[in-house]
Design a protein around this ligand. Structure first.
Ligand code: SF4
Length: 302
């Protein structure tokens, strides 16, 4: 009896913490993996409380069937946790098939992925997933700078990232790519901005966003995990870094968003169409930071 009422009020019980991209706010989320299979990036504390696991298929399928009865018209589904795309092609394909047969109006399935999760799948496997509805991957590439990728222990390089992301795009999967503003601190700021722009230019993702490096356990905690000396950027330097990054972007048609809660300055547009407008806004802020409309609650070092 207790089980019955519990299921009625909590049809899906998540293994917390649960994260999703802002654009998946109205999606149904199924946890098909728990945690992150890498879990060792210097700046990331998202899943450090969890040990990575693949959720048993029978439990995932039972959850899908249960939610399908409650929300049969679901159109968007996000697969969690950290890098659900790490699942092998046969496992992912079975989940995608199960979702399609239970949600007839389903329009999009998406997931977080690491470049290494993509590269392990063949072109034909990626295409089949895309054709079956797994149409969008969110990938925090963080930086395009090889030195910095090593210092933050990302386990990827400029080349491995580009190769994987281009492979996914060619298969018909759309990409939402994230860069971390301030990641390398003062010393690596310029090369981070420049090489991240180069990487993005090669990838030409459909969506691009920037988040600001934050320190949930304090700056020292990050500095200890960063494999070199780390000196944090103040707000103005963070915005200068954004200026260098945007200045060097050469994009055909990418939706750009820098409007996460961590961003001091909200920037949005289509790139390159709105590049000059965004650069002008940055220039205004840098020439008169006191009047610039920066989010006052977050200003650091001003
Ligand atoms: S791969 Fe992503 S989720 Fe995993 S530790 Fe790195 S940033 Fe965090």
């Amino acid at each position: 009896m207790f089980h019955y009422f519990y299921r009625m009020f909590y049809p899906l019980v998540y293994d917390e913490p649960l994260f999703r991209p802002p654009s998946e706010a109205y999606s149904v989320i199924f946890q098909v993996t728990l945690g992150c299979s890498w879990n060792k990036c210097a700046f990331c504390e998202m899943y450090t409380s969890k040990k990575f696991k693949v959720k048993p298929e029978n439990i995932v399928f039972e959850e899908i069937e249960r939610i399908a009865k409650l929300a049969p018209d679901t159109r968007k589904i996000f697969l969690a946790d950290g890098n659900a795309f790490v699942l092998s092609f046969p496992k992912l394909n079975k989940i995608v098939d199960k979702l399609n047969s239970n949600f007839p109006k389903l329009n999009r399935i998406s997931a977080y992925a690491l470049p290494s999760d993509i590269i392990k799948k063949t072109d034909a496997e990626l295409k089949q997933l895309a054709d079956s509805g797994l149409k969008l991957l969110y990938i925090g590439i963080e930086s395009g700078d090889n030195e910095l990728l090593n210092l933050i222990n990302k386990n990827e390089t400029y080349r491995s990232t580009i190769e994987a992301l281009i492979k996914a795009r060619k298969a018909g999967i759309k990409l939402s790519v994230m860069i971390l503003n301030g990641l390398g601190g003062q010393k690596y700021s310029y090369q981070h901005a420049l090489n991240s722009a180069k990487a993005i230019n090669e990838i030409q993702p459909e969506y691009l966003s920037t988040l600001v490096l934050s320190f949930p356990y304090g700056q020292n905690h990050y500095a200890q995990k960063f494999k070199a000396d780390f000196a944090m950027l103040d707000t103005i330097s963070l915005i200068e870094e954004m200026g260098t990054f945007i200045q060097n972007l050469e994009l055909e048609n990418t939706v750009f968003r820098s409007d996460h809660a961590s961003n001091y300055l909200i920037l949005k547009g289509i790139l390159n169409r709105d590049k000059e407008l965004l650069l002008k806004r940055i220039e205004q802020v840098l020439s008169n930071p006191g009047q610039a409309g920066l989010r006052p609650e977050f200003l650091r070092g001003l």
